[in-house]
Write a protein that binds this ligand. Structure first.
Ligand SMILES: *[C@@H]1O[C@H](CO)[C@@H](O)[C@H](O)[C@H]1NC(C)=O
Ligand SMILES: *[C@@H]1O[C@H](CO)[C@@H](O)[C@H](O)[C@H]1NC(C)=O
Ligand SMILES: *[C@@H]1O[C@H](CO)[C@@H](O)[C@H](O)[C@H]1NC(C)=O
Ligand SMILES: *[C@@H]1O[C@H](CO)[C@@H](O)[C@H](O)[C@H]1NC(C)=O
Length: 277
């Protein structure tokens, strides 16, 4: 390769890169009524919600006898054929003669939602001929909530064109993007309970570490505030004894207590006797 040839090859390469880049950034998206500043915030939020569906392509074929044989191509907020630059978001192709008709354009989008559905409307399609006073076609796509599927069951419901105005093509599909956010099932009670349990866990581990590492306790003494809990345990036991027993504390128990004490003293005394030996 001679140097000039080299240079022009490089130039061509960069031009191709630039064209590819421009093409990519030119992938146009849905445009709702109003300019940047006056667009509805709700519509913008919904378009953002629909974004995961934009790489997908949907098709549905309609065959009615010998007269009708159409295929509909649909994309969510993207042009079906980005090389034609016609903003067509829902396009009908007549399979008998290959004629392409834009049903709705993404530069005239309207979108709104309910609790578990999103309605996407593309207006500004190619004009009707004899029907509907020759107005522009319009595609209405109802997206229903279905958890666990990104998108499925794209189908055509009907084509309403036997009226004076406001005709439309109606489609439907399922998607999880139309689902309401799953609310957490945690009630106030369970949140309180979780907080309480966590606090206890922190208390026990923290106290344990403190007793062990700082105070240098061993065995049961490592339990934080061991004496207090022991006392509390005794108190509770006493309380339970008092409340739960059907009969009052009877004599043998008291007697045993005394007996034990005496036994203790006695054994000590005996030990004393033993010591000198
Ligand atoms: C729909 O048709 C287009 C073009 O013919 C094709 O690229 C795409 O994969 C099809 N989509 C589905 C879901 O069949
Ligand atoms: C896309 O549009 C261009 C220009 O109108 C056309 O030549 C091409 O055949 C179209 N592609 C498809 C898949 O329809
Ligand atoms: C949308 O695009 C079509 C085709 O380019 C054009 O005729 C129409 O005026 C555009 N609509 C708006 C609202 O810009
Ligand atoms: C519509 O979608 C928005 C944004 O995702 C949501 O906050 C709102 O609750 C939805 N509307 C209804 C009626 O559910």
């Amino acid at each position: 390769m001679s140097p000039p040839c080299h240079t022009s090859a490089l130039l061509l390469f960069f031009m191709a890169l630039a064209v590819a880049g421009a093409e990519q950034s030119e992938e146009r998206s849905c445009d709702v009524i109003g300019d940047e500043s006056s667009e509805s915030q709700m519509e913008r939020a919904l378009l953002k919600k629909l974004e995961p569906l934009s790489p997908m392509r949907f098709n549905v074929t309609v065959e009615k006898g010998k007269t009708e044989n159409y295929i509909y191509h649909f994309r969510v907020c993207r042009e079906v054929n980005s090389t034609s630059h016609d903003f067509g978001g829902l396009v009908q192709i007549d399979r008998q003669n290959g004629k392409t008709t834009v049903i709705g354009r993404i530069n005239e989008t309207q979108v709104f939602n309910g609790s578990d559905w999103i309605m996407l409307i593309y207006k500004g399609g190619d004009s009707y001929g004899r029907h509907c006073s020759g107005e522009k076609r319009r595609a209405v796509i109802m997206i229903s909530c279905k958890r666990g599927v990104t998108a499925s069951s794209f189908s055509i419901i009907s084509e309403e064109r036997e009226k004076e105005q406001e005709c439309f093509y109606l489609f439907e599909m399922d998607s999880s993007v139309a689902c309401p956010a799953e609310n957490s099932h945690l009630s106030v009670g369970s949140i309180l309970l979780i907080t309480f349990v966590s606090l206890i866990a922190v208390y026990i581990t923290g106290g344990f570490l403190y007793q062990r590492l700082v105070v240098g306790a061993k065995g049961m003494e490592q339990i934080p505030h061991f004496a207090f809990w022991q006392d509390l345990g005794n108190l509770v036991a006493d309380g339970c004894d008092f409340v739960c027993r059907s009969k009052p504390r009877n004599a043998p128990a008291a007697y045993r207590g005394v007996g034990d004490d005496q036994l203790g003293e006695e054994s000590e005394e005996r030990d004393d006797h033993l010591l000198p030996m």
